[in-house]
Ligand binder design. Structure first.
Ligand code: FES
Length: 164
């Protein structure tokens, strides 16, 4: 079955090959259903595109196993101090979070592997601008995951950190 929809005189004219009758337009219910379902698919596709996950964790830095002396890094003498260094070939940031607590963060960017640098109040990747707070949490710029952290154990008697 089909129904006629008025096109207010703007119907197909001579020479048109669409098959519609001028001045009205014949539209079958099946055509409308197809049209509406295609519209629904298009809307769903647009919604999915808007919510598409952003690539994260493209790079996974390797493990680190090392022992370092806290006194080798003058910036670690005070709480909140950060030592930007390399351990066993892996760029890391060691952060003194308390009198006897430290964390070690990989400076390999979780987005695409560039080396993250230190900025005021945290860290920033120079490649696409992902920024992280001083404990490695992602806070802005290129969306990605947090900086990877390594287990870090402080030996107060020896003044050393065992990382990894
Ligand atoms: S590599 Fe893209 S934000 Fe770091």
């Amino acid at each position: 079955m089909s129904e006629r929809i008025e096109n207010k005189g703007e119907g197909c004219g001579a020479g048109c090959s669409c098959g519609a009758e001028a001045p009205g337009l014949l539209v079958s219910p099946m055509d409308r259903r197809k049209f509406l379902s295609l519209g629904a698919y298009a809307a769903a596709a647009a919604a999915l595109a808007a919510c598409a996950p952003v690539a994260t964790n493209v790079t996974s830095p390797g493990s680190v196993s090392a022992t370092v002396k806290v006194s080798d890094y003058s910036t670690l003498a005070t709480v909140g101090g950060v030592a930007v260094t390399t351990v066993n070939g892996t760029p890391v940031a060691i952060v003194r979070t308390g009198a006897t607590s430290f964390i070690t963060l990989s400076r390999v960017c979780p987005h695409q592997g560039s080396t993250i640098g230190q900025i005021s109040g945290g860290f920033r990747c120079p490649n696409h601008g992902a920024t992280f707070n001083t404990t490695g949490g992602w806070v802005g710029g290129q969306r990605t995951s947090n900086m990877q952290s390594y287990a870090t154990t402080y030996n107060a008697a020896a003044g050393t950190l065992t990382i990894g």
